[in-house]
Design a binder for this molecule. Structure first.
Ligand SMILES: Nc1nc2c(c(=O)[nH]1)N=C([C@H](O)[C@H](O)COP(=O)(O)OP(=O)(O)OP(=O)(O)O)CN2
Ligand code: ZN
Length: 148
């Protein structure tokens, strides 16, 4: 048992904490690196110029030492503020391809969306804290990105 000021074996305890955020957006799968014909072949119905929408669910996980004094890896209220800035403000109720400059040249696949969120979240959080971005594009389609 550790003492009450520092918690049980505080120095060795590493925790993972996750906050879930849902947002809605529309998009069309299309690559500027492919011809129209190739785009149709690769992306099928998802290349329809009218686009389609998703209710995305994003899980943001941070990994770090459980602070002996606060008992937290980080304050989830702070994580919520970062998520508001990185996910909700730029992406919620947006057309990903037209409203988010990043996706003007990058196909708005869920993989690339996870990279976009990772790259912006990593700038917000203390060094080495971000562990994983998991996106549920639909109930059946799930993407994980860990910064590799
Ligand atoms: N590797 C990827 N493949 C696909 C992505 C993607 O982001 N990465 N995205 C799509 C489309 O955006 C599409 O919305 C998903 O289509 P679909 O597989 O048909 O998903 P549904 O859940 O609508 O269909 P179910 O059959 O009910 O699962 C496609 N591919
Ligand atoms: Zn889609």
């Amino acid at each position: 048992m550790g003492d009450s000021a520092t918690g049980p074996n505080a120095a060795e305890r590493v925790g993972y904490i996750t906050r879930v955020q849902s947002f809605s957006a529309c998009h069309r799968l299309h690559s500027i690196h492919l011809s129209d014909e190739e785009n149709k072949k690769v992306f099928g119905k998802c290349n329809n110029p009218n686009g389609h929408g998703h209710n995305y669910k994003v899980e943001v996980t941070v990994r770090g030492k459980i602070d002996g004094k606060t008992g937290m890896v980080m304050n989830l209220t702070d994580l919520k503020k970062h998520i508001e800035k990185v996910i909700m403000a730029p992406l919620d109720h947006k057309n990903l391809d037209k409203d988010v400059p990043y996706f003007a040249t990058v196909a708005s696949t869920t993989e690339n969306l996870a990279v976009y969120i990772w790259d912006n979240m990593v700038k917000e959080l203390p060094k080495n804290l971000l562990h994983e971005i998991k996106i549920h594009e639909t109930d059946n389609n799930i993407v994980v990105y860990r910064g590799e």
